[in-house]
Design a protein around this ligand. Structure first.
Ligand SMILES: NC(=O)c1ccc[n+]([C@@H]2O[C@H](COP(=O)([O-])OP(=O)(O)OC[C@H]3O[C@@H](n4cnc5c(N)ncnc54)[C@H](O)[C@@H]3O)[C@@H](O)[C@H]2O)c1
Length: 372
């Protein structure tokens, strides 16, 4: 009673998805599929339903169940996006109207009062907005970026925005900008030394410096692949180690938040980006591994894995490939891309005492993309 009903339902849906399939049914394939099953076949063997079902399994030849086969889960080799030149990227601005002191009741444990946070890649994009979340929550912040000029402008703007939104504030946040190439060990040490001179200590680290590019795997230029892993993986690791060492020397607790990506758990389609996906998987597992290694020292390490967020970089990819936007949003259960400010709560939670027992976690902020 039960099994034929299921078969009928599956057969019906296969017919709806693949109207061409019945017309192409290769009978030898169906016959060979039967030999795999020890269960008696209870439905009518001559029915088209049976053929439709089998054509949608590994029993059939590729393409036998219709043109739709795997079409939403396929890489498109011709999509190629190089990371743009600095001059081709628009500037990011701090978010307006989201900060300000307020008197709404909330948990005191979310406050970052008295803390100092470092944000790598903080001049722009997600890093800048997450830096703003730290500032709004009470922290002083050091922005580290390859683009020092932009980091300086952003640091100034963060303070200006804070002033506008907190006209009564008796103390302004200290926000500084520092040159740093996260992929160079010397540069990491130099930037940290500079930050310690100005701020005296570091309690929080957010590693947001990173980038993606789209090349099919066969043609990926080796030097670009090394650069990509150098920034996304080595850069995250070296900053985490430098800050953990400082915290251990101070015998202070701290929190490190690594910015991974949903690409560390799924394979994006249709743009080809195997090295980026692998890099972000490395970041996610690096957070878990270091969380275990440094738990004894009170240093928490977590990962935030954003989905598609509309920053200057994603905008550039969408401008170069206009039909991607529809394909991306069609794959997101929420149906929308995120905005950088959608990370403000997540980063504040993981940086603050509100998450004291959360370490080694991967917090996905992706509109449920990775659930499907
Ligand atoms: N935008 C998204 O949709 C999205 C989604 C998931 C994950 N991410 C990740 O979030 C992070 C930030 O992305 P974004 O969209 O804000 O990018 P972005 O290009 O807007 O900002 C990245 C910043 O990092 C800086 N940077 C690059 N290389 C550096 C280096 N070697 N040393 C120091 N700074 C360097 C850049 O100058 C820039 O200011 C990246 O790690 C990215 O992989 C982004």
């Amino acid at each position: 009673m039960f099994r034929p009903q299921i078969f009928r339902r599956v057969a019906r849906s296969a017919r709806i998805q693949a109207p061409r399939a019945a017309a192409q049914a290769p009978y030898n394939v169906v016959a060979s599929a039967r030999s795999f099953s020890s269960a008696p076949i209870r439905f009518n063997k001559s029915s088209n339903d049976e053929d439709d079902v089998h054509l949608a399994t590994t029993a059939s030849e590729p393409g036998a169940s219709g043109d739709h086969e795997g079409q939403y889960a396929r890489i498109q080799d011709d999509i190629r996006v190089e990371y743009p030149e600095e001059k081709d990227l628009p500037r990011s601005l701090p978010v307006q109207g989201r900060g300000g002191s307020h008197f709404k009741r909330t948990l005191a444990s979310f406050s970052l009062d008295g803390r100092v946070g470092v944000v790598t890649g903080g001049a722009r994009g997600l890093g800048l907005v997450m830096a703003q979340a730290l500032v709004t929550s009470g922290a002083d912040v050091a922005l580290v970026d390859m683009n020092k000029e932009e980091a300086q402008r952003s640091a100034q703007q963060l303070v200006e925005t804070f002033k506008e939104e907190n006209p009564e504030a008796d103390k302004l946040p200290k926000v500084t900008a520092h040159f740093g190439d996260v992929s160079s060990p010397t540069s990491v040490n130099q930037s940290l030394a500079e930050i310690l001179k100005v701020h005296g200590k570091v309690d929080n680290l957010i590693t947001s410096a990173g980038f993606t590019e789209n090349y099919n795997a066969i043609d990926y230029p080796h030097d670009r692949m090394q650069k990509l892993w150098g920034v996304n993986v080595d850069g995250t690791y070296m900053w985490a180690v430098a800050v953990a060492k400082h915290l251990m020397e101070r015998q202070a607790q701290g929190s490190i938040v690594m910015i991974g990506s949903m690409s560390g758990s799924i394979v994006n389609v249709p743009q080809p980006q195997a090295p980026y996906n692998a890099a972000k998987a490395a970041v996610r597992h690096m957070a878990a591994s270091l969380a275990v290694e440094w738990a004894h020292a009170g240093i928490r390490v977590n990962c935030i894995s954003p989905g598609y967020m509309l920053t200057a970089l994603t905008k550039k990819i969408l401008d170069d490939n206009p039909d991607l936007q529809k394909r991306w949003t069609s794959l997101i259960p929420v149906g929308k891309m995120g905005r950088p400010e959608d990370l403000m709560g997540a980063v504040t939670f993981l940086s603050s005492d509100a998450s004291l027992y959360v370490t080694g976690a991967d917090l996905r902020v992706d509109g449920a993309y990775t659930c499907t």
